[in-house]
Design a protein around this ligand. Sequence first.
Ligand code: THU
Length: 146
Amino acid sequence: CSPSAPACSHRGTAQIQLLLRVCKEAKKSAYCPYSRFPVGAALLTGDGKIFSGCNVENACYPLGVCAERTAIQKAVSEGYVNFRAMAIASNTEEDFIVPCGACRQVMREFGRDWDIYMTKPDGTYIVKTLQELLPLSFGPEDLKKF
Ligand code: THU
């Protein structure tokens, strides 16, 4: 199958295969006593480094953070802002796990032209660019127009 196929278990590059493994592993660290919905993320930087993340919930519910944003904040705080891909994993068997709207906006801060791999526990995934996930988006360039 091709990377643009709607759903596949195609063996991508070794780096993407690793990314897919790391997001599944990161899910094991999820701190989600309230939702009991563990999510793992793995973020691949332009120079090949991988940052993992999991959701981190809080007794004050709105303070909970998604796995995707945990990974991005870990990367940015270590000096990495150039991203090539992110993979996301959950335990939902029926659907591919998709990033929430807030995470899409945070991802978009770092470009529109990178890939998000949305997986199922059986190893299949769909892949979309940020541009596809968040069309007509507002980003850093828009602040430079006046
Ligand atoms: N969650 C994520 O971490 N990423 C997603 O893509 C969807 C939702 C988390 C937030 C919350 O801790 C739990 O899953 C249930 O919404």
